[in-house]
Design a protein around this ligand. Structure first.
Ligand code: 13P
Length: 231
């Protein structure tokens, strides 16, 4: 069954030319993945009919919030998805579960689909605390929310490190996450997914897709990942 492929371009792209080149190279497969570009390049992707999401958004309604981007403006631009709770945002922007919960509500009220990112630190992983951490993140982020979201399991220690959990570990965690929901929640895996390990990761039977960072910057790597995930 074909899986979801999400490309989180983070803050990697920094020239108009590199974005144009990226769009040109991926035009033909644009219907096969969802792209989360830097906010300033969103318009370019939308003009080229890519399905787009954003990497974060403001919790506030439009108003006096210098530097923030409202979900309302994103929705009006044609954005369909929002990543919330990414570990880089939790760390670098000090977002906690309570703020993430409010942002999820704001996104749902504006009909954006939410991808909630969760994951344990290396310390928690080494102490076998993964499930406890994930359950707590899910319960707090989704407090008083019954609408469906997508979960992306991204161990903090696997992001950008070239390391991944074993297939058995990801399968077990995915099963556990699914057991916490009363609907058929989609669970993605993210963290050092590449064109080299995608064949292995794609064998995990219960995973619904992949959230890819660094490898998604290279169009040929992303195309290979898409090709495998389609099988
Ligand atoms: P990498 O694929 O670079 O490890 O990043 C994963 C990620 O953070 C996706 O959101």
């Amino acid at each position: 069954m074909s899986k979801l492929v999400l490309a989180n371009l983070k803050m990697y792209q920094s020239t108009k030319e590199s974005v144009d080149d990226y769009i040109n190279k991926l035009k033909e497969v644009k219907d096969k993945f969802i792209v989360f570009p830097s906010t300033i390049y969103l318009e370019k992707f939308i003009q080229n009919n890519f399905t787009c999401g954003v990497q974060n958004a403001s919790v506030h309604n439009p108003g006096p919030y210098t530097s923030e981007v409202s979900i309302h403006s994103l929705k009006n631009m044609g954005i369909k998805y929002v990543l919330l709770g990414h570990s880089e945002v939790r760390q670098n922007m000090a977002e906690d579960d309570e703020l993430i919960n409010r942002k999820i509500k704001q996104a749902i009220n504006n009909n954006l689909k939410v991808i909630l990112c969760i994951g344990e630190s290396l310390e928690a992983y080494n102490q076998s605390q993964t499930k406890i951490i994930l359950k707590s993140q899910i319960e707090k982020a989704l407090k008083d929310i019954s609408e469906e979201v997508i979960i992306s399991y991204e161990p903090v220690w696997a992001i950008g490190s070239g390391k991944t959990p074993t297939n058995n570990e990801i399968e077990d965690i995915t099963k556990y996450i699914k057991s916490l929901f009363d609907y058929d929640v989609k669970v993605l895996y993210g963290g050092s997914v590449s064109d080299e390990n995608i064949n292995t990761l794609n064998e995990i039977p219960n995973i619904d897709g992949f959230l890819i960072g660094k490898a998604a910057i290279d169009p040929s790597s992303l195309m290979k990942i898409i090709e495998v995930a389609e099988k």
